[in-house]
Design a protein. Structure first.
Length: 343
């Protein structure tokens, strides 16, 4: 009598190499921090540079997070994203200048309220601008990457010129709110108050985006749309409205990043967004299309590496991020954590 066939379920075992491969992107930031400590030597200098690099990375992440979703979900190469950064900075700083009595007061509550109002105004204006940009400029060129590059670069130039018309051609210098000026000493290192605030804001935004995309229905639709848009539409969801909502949200996040970057630099120009687009695209590419986690890790790597290299060998700082992108793409051509295949 033959034995009955074994119908017990079998589970594929994940090898140690596969688990290490999945965990590798998460290990890059701690490894870079340790290497930076070994290269710099002085703990106080290392701590100052690390906080500065984290702050810079968080602000780049704010600007890049919206673009990586637009790029991944909508397959749109939007060079006009830089214009939203510039407009957000000018709108936000205009609000702060109008609230000079609040920003100049030695009151944390008034200072934070002024910054919040500036951020809200910037996000509303850039979100509305993003809606108009998508309808007028981007919508006619869906699926045509070369045309997207041409028309969005044209849109960027037009918006920069409109900034000159509204705010003038000159740079605008500003000072941070009173309680966000200066630094405090920790373990012998000077930690700027604003940079520490930027780290907190970036972390809060990352956690909030993770919760939205993993715990809500709209997040599920967006993630499904990134991976298989046709299937989402077949289930009866209007993915076009999701596209528009993501584009508006991405534009609003660019405005938020513009305000934060303007306060970080303490000067704003019409071309600041265009200049930041190099770093933003580097982060989107090395992070992987459509990946919030990838953009977060990539932004931290960019910020930390640039600060460490600028301290150790200033002449190499300008090419450090290009070198980082080259190394990441040689290791993982699709980026560290892609959600959608490159198209």
């Amino acid at each position: 009598m033959s034995a009955a066939p074994d119908h017990s379920p079998t589970f594929a075992r994940t090898s140690l190499a596969e688990r290490l491969s999945r965990a590798a992107p998460y290990l890059l930031v701690p490894v870079l921090v340790v290497l930076g400590f070994l290269a710099i030597g002085a703990p106080s200098s290392w701590l100052t540079l690390t906080v500065s690099g984290l702050a810079m990375g968080m602000m780049i992440f704010v600007m890049a997070s919206g673009l990586t979703l637009v790029f991944g979900l909508m397959d749109v190469i939007n060079f006009g994203h830089g214009a939203f950064i510039s407009v957000g900075a000018f709108v936000g700083i205009s609000v702060l200048l109008a609230l000079g009595s609040w920003t100049g007061a030695p009151s944390l509550a008034l200072n934070v309220a002024a910054v919040m109002l500036a951020v809200v105004a910037a996000m509303i204006v850039t979100g509305a601008l993003g809606w108009a940009f998508e309808r007028v400029i981007v919508r006619p060129v869906y699926g045509a990457h070369l045309k997207q590059i041409l028309v969005t670069v044209g849109g960027l130039i037009v918006i920069e010129q409109l900034i000159h018309v509204v705010w003038g051609p000159d740079e605008i210098f500003l000072t941070r709110p009173e309680t966000l000026k200066g630094a405090f000493t920790f373990a012998g290192a000077a930690i700027e108050k604003y940079r520490l605030l930027a780290v907190v804001v970036g972390l809060v935004l990352f956690v909030a985006m993770r919760l939205v995309f993993t715990r809500t229905k709209i997040g599920l639709i967006v993630r499904a749309g990134v991976q298989n848009g046709e299937m989402v539409e077949a289930l009866g969801y209007r993915l076009r409205l999701v596209f528009i909502g993501v584009f508006i949200a991405g534009s609003a996040l660019a405005g938020l990043g513009g305000v934060m970057w303007g306060l970080y630099q303490e000067v704003i120009t019409a071309g600041m967004g265009e200049e930041m687009m190099i770093l933003v695209f580097i982060v989107v590419i090395i992070g992987g299309l459509g990946s919030i986690e990838g953009a977060f890790i990539g932004a931290l790597l960019v910020g930390l590496l640039q600060n460490y290299i600028a301290f150790l060998e200033p002449k190499l700082a300008l090419i450090s991020n290009i070198g980082l992108m080259t190394a990441i793409l040689m290791w993982r051509p699709q980026g560290m954590m892609p959600v959608v295949e490159a198209k």
